[in-house]
Ligand binder design. Structure first.
Ligand code: ZN
Length: 306
């Protein structure tokens, strides 16, 4: 690495893209956001990704910097070894060879990664898990997904689908999940599920943030809905700990913004579920919604070392 080297990093979500020029030490020199506008179809989204990446590389050169690699994080099932976005519900990708397309367009070494694994990588190396070698990052938002990071590398699984803790069944006969099974963790305890559950019981629309506020204010129904979600999350995390035996669990995503209202009861509920397993440290994510973009930058840097 030379002084002035930067990587171009993009974190592509269903609604927006977070994009940055990042120095090898993780410092963000420039950041941009763009709309994904996934409704236009996957080809248009790919065009936007390539155009934004090319624009950032040009911006780097105009600023006297040298873009040395590109990292792109996308949602769904990702074959990181082949650089292919295999499947994505919210962006519509089906077997898109995004890494090769980007290489051809920008002429830069390119890494393609999974958005939650990229976020987990950043939290494990630069954020709330940076003092631990074994980290489970759990993002709780519209859905629930996780990244298991060992010694600074996120485990991808044999088929690019490791970490789907949201589809661990925690309530047999519970609400049907988007994946088709009843009682998945995501169907019971995601931010979306908490809002749905309260709305159904109270008869008035509410988000998970509303439920958190009302539970904190002592409203009994909100407190019940919140406790049910916390119990389900504790069941899911206990399963995760049985499988992975991590030192630190980092909670991210929108629901983690509830802070102590989530972490304190969840820590207690997880403690109750530990038998011979060692209890992990449970902490809130530190990097906010930039984690995925920083993780994409780390993937780009890692690809240069290989
Ligand atoms: Zn499911």
């Amino acid at each position: 690495m030379n002084a002035g080297d930067v990587v171009v990093a993009l974190d592509v979500g269903g609604t927006g893209m977070k994009c940055a020029l990042v120095r090898p030490d993780g410092a963000v020199l420039h950041a941009e956001r763009h709309a994904t506008d996934a409704g236009r179809g996957p080809d248009a989204v790919v065009d936007t990704i390539l155009a934004v990446a090319e624009g950032l590389a040009g911006k780097a050169r105009a600023d006297g910097l040298t873009p040395v690699a590109l990292g792109v994080a996308v949602p769904g099932v990702i074959d990181e070894a082949r650089g292919v976005a295999v499947w994505s519900a919210n962006v519509g990708f089906r077997d898109v060879p995004l890494r090769d397309l980007a290489r051809a367009r920008l002429g830069l070494p390119t890494a393609l990664g999974h958005d939650v694994r990229a976020g987990g990588l950043a939290e494990a190396r630069l954020g709330a898990g940076r003092d631990s070698a074994h980290v489970l990052f759990v993002a709780i938002g519209t859905g629930i997904a996780a990244a298991h990071v060992v010694d600074g590398t996120a485990v991808t699984g044999a088929h690019g689908a490791a970490g789907e803790i949201g589809h661990v069944q925690v309530r047999a006969g519970g609400p049907t999940c988007g994946c088709g099974r009843p009682g998945c963790l995501e169907a019971v305890a995601s931010a979306a599920a908490i809002g749905r559950r309260y709305t159904a019981l109270a008869g008035v629309p509410a988000t998970a943030a509303d439920v958190a506020d009302r539970a904190a204010a002592g409203e009994p129904l909100a407190a019940d809905v919140w406790r049910e979600a916390v119990d389900a999350l504790a069941d899911g995390l206990a399963t995760g700990q049985a499988l992975f035996d991590v030192e630190t669990v980092v909670l991210g995503g929108g629901l983690a913004q509830a802070g102590a209202l989530l972490l304190d009861p969840l820590r207690a509920a997880l403690h109750e579920r530990m038998t011979f397993h060692r209890e992990p440290r449970l902490v809130a994510a530190a990097l906010g919604d930039e984690a995925g973009c920083l993780g994409a930058a780390l993937l780009a840097l890692d690809s240069l070392e290989k």
